[in-house]
Write a protein that binds this ligand. Structure first.
Ligand SMILES: *[C@@H]1O[C@H](CO)[C@@H](O)[C@H](O)[C@H]1NC(C)=O
Ligand SMILES: *[C@@H]1O[C@H](CO)[C@@H](O)[C@H](O)[C@H]1NC(C)=O
Ligand SMILES: *[C@@H]1O[C@H](CO)[C@@H](O)[C@H](O)[C@H]1NC(C)=O
Ligand SMILES: *[C@@H]1O[C@H](CO)[C@@H](O)[C@H](O)[C@H]1NC(C)=O
Length: 292
């Protein structure tokens, strides 16, 4: 297995997890259980100024949790990359190759390419199967987030997966949302989502978020798009209560409701409900960070 030994020798100074990915690349299929990488992940999708940083901090009070903050929509870009790589498989010229039979052997791939290259231009040539593309995205996630081992629950929180933001196309938000969430579910063995917003999508409730945009022409669409986002979050959480949970900011900071929310949250995550977490450990919102 030339590919594997070559990769191995090149990557011997990398993390064990990385080396492991490389040596397992050849034998995993799409539905195979991953014997490595990230076991349990929690992704917080939120609308800005809805307490998502405090929510992240509450989770990070659980001893074996490490949820990371904003990455400027990096996972959306990763999804784009995944989609482009998958699309490339059906691009012009790819029908000449039957990679299912030949892709694992370097010599066969070279041979198949060489046979055609003299007579046909092959700008889209690549032998990336869908399972390999998925594995590459898992490797990306695990090398960045999951490298403390399978007992650590990792995740990210991000406020950019909202209808009308660049990433979720305004006219096809629902479709884009569903696809993205499905993609994220493939990232780890066990993926749980927290959808965090204010209770209402009204402008009054979301003035702070509105101010992030500093764009008055956006006002008409603002509540409409936020409402659509709330609805997507609501429906998804209702239909998938095993892996999705709704968190309203008002509950986090209401003295009568915050303890119940903390307990329900821990229960949803499958953790000991007596672990002490609180939503108000961090200082309040400070307008000192740059906004996108
Ligand atoms: C959103 O989708 C519509 C319809 O497919 C398309 O015409 C438009 O260019 C897209 N906008 C962006 C920003 O991707
Ligand atoms: C969204 O809009 C609908 C219809 O106007 C309304 O009934 C609903 O309460 C709104 N949802 C939120 C979260 O504001
Ligand atoms: C205001 O926001 C809307 C929606 O995001 C955008 O299409 C428009 O270009 C923005 N206008 C300015 C002046 O930034
Ligand atoms: C709920 O709010 C009270 C009062 O601010 C605070 O003492 C307590 O720690 C909070 N509990 C949680 C789970 O955030």
């Amino acid at each position: 297995m030339m590919f594997i030994s070559a990769s191995r020798s090149r990557h011997t100074n990398l993390l064990p997890a990385t080396a492991c990915f490389v040596c397992l690349l050849s034998c995993l299929s799409l539905n195979a259980e991953l014997p490595f990488g990230s076991q349990k992940c929690v992704f917080i999708l939120a609308t800005g100024r809805s307490g998502s940083t405090s929510l992240m901090d509450a989770l990070n009070q659980i001893p074996h949790y490490l949820i990371r903050g904003e990455t400027w929509r990096a996972h959306g870009n990763l999804f784009d990359a995944y989609q482009h790589l998958c699309e490339a498989r059906t691009s012009p010229g790819q029908e000449f190759f039957h990679f299912a039979n030949i892709r694992e052997r370097y010599i066969d791939v070279k041979l198949a390419y060489g046979k055609l290259a003299e007579t046909t231009k092959l700008p889209f040539f690549n032998e990336f199967s869908e399972d390999r593309i998925l594995l590459a995205t898992r490797a990306y996630y695990t090398v960045l987030y999951g490298h403390y081992g399978k007992d650590v629950v990792t995740g990210f929180k991000e406020i950019r997966y909202v209808c009308g933001e660049l990433y979720f196309n305004q006219t096809r938000c629902g479709e884009h949302f569903q696809k993205f969430v499905r993609f994220l579910r493939g990232m780890c063995h066990d993926v749980k989502f927290l959808f965090n917003t204010r209770l209402s999508a009204s402008l009054e409730s979301n003035v702070k978020r509105f101010q992030m945009f500093n764009n008055a022409t956006f006002a008409a669409d603002f509540t409409h798009l936020l409402n659509e986002t709330h609805t997507l979050y609501d429906n998804y959480a209702m239909q998938h209560s095993d892996h999705a949970f709704r968190v309203y900011m008002e509950d986090m900071f209401n003295i009568k409701r915050n303890a119940t929310l903390a307990r329900n949250l821990l229960q949803f995550l499958g953790e000991d409900t007596t672990i002490p977490i609180r939503f108000n450990r961090m200082p309040g919102w400070q307008p000192s960070y740059p906004t996108p």
